[in-house]
Design a protein around this ligand. Structure first.
Ligand SMILES: Nc1nc2c(ncn2[C@@H]2O[C@H](COP(=O)(O)OP(=O)(O)O)[C@@H](O)[C@H]2O)c(=O)[nH]1
Ligand SMILES: [Mg+2]
Length: 199
């Protein structure tokens, strides 16, 4: 099977579980703290310049965005978290929506979690990793903004990410730069092999 990831189309924004897609296509979910570069990683992955909007109203959109990739799988853009200036109502909405998505283990084929390569993962990141683990499907971590690290910092930072998120040996951490393209092929390979294995 050959999948052309540049063939990507927006399908819908789901604001509640009744809008979730439940057809046979595999779903690859993307999660990350607001501003971690989730939209930039998606654009880089798909080789599209302005597909997922970069820098758009952080924390203001409590929706799950579905993109269909070459009729082969859904890329599911989960709402960002950890944005400080968010109302209680907005946070509750976020929680209900994510709970709804993670409560249905049929939905997700692979989870992708994006963290900032520069920093120790936050408490929110750790919670997110636990949700993914609890979902029972494979998940992998993308350490984005690698270009902002000195070479000498890379190894230690990746190790700190592994430890803080309590990853196992088998869990992948992909050093990534949406800006430079580092890690793009590795992420693409991991996604396509999990899509192919499940369809
Ligand atoms: N230096 C650098 N900046 C990045 C990278 N990825 C994203 N950014 C910047 O980080 C900011 C947030 O990116 P965005 O994709 O909107 O993050 P999102 O809120 O997680 O979707 C923007 O200013 C991006 O240009 C990267 O790999 N390296
Ligand atoms: Mg975004």
């Amino acid at each position: 099977m050959s999948i052309n990831v540049q063939k990507a189309e927006f399908i819908l924004s789901a604001a509640s579980p009744k809008d979730f897609r439940r057809d046979a296509l595999p779903q690859v979910a993307f999660a990350g703290r607001s501003n971690v570069g989730k939209s930039s990683v998606i654009n880089r992955l798909l080789n599209r310049k302005n597909f997922a909007r970069v820098g758009a109203a952080p924390g203001k959109t409590t929706q799950i965005n579905y993109f269909k990739i070459d009729n082969a799988f859904y890329l599911v853009d989960l709402p960002g978290y950890g944005y400080a200036r968010v109302s209680k109502g907005e946070r509750d909405r976020w929680g209900r929506l994510m709970e709804g998505y993670f409560a249905d283990p049929e939905l997700m084929t692979l989870g992708v979690m994006i963290v900032d390569a520069r920093h120790k993962p936050t408490a929110d990141d750790c919670t997110m990793a636990q949700w993914y683990r609890g979902a029972g499907c494979p998940f992998l971590v993308v350490a984005n903004k690698l270009d902002k690290l000195k070479k000498s910092e890379v190894e230690g930072n990746l190790q700190r990410i592994r430890e803080t998120l309590e990853l196992g040996e088998e869990d992948m951490v992909i050093p990534f730069s949406a800006e430079k393209g580092t890690g793009r092929d590795e992420l693409l390979r991991a996604i396509l092999s999990s899509v192919e294995a499940s369809s």
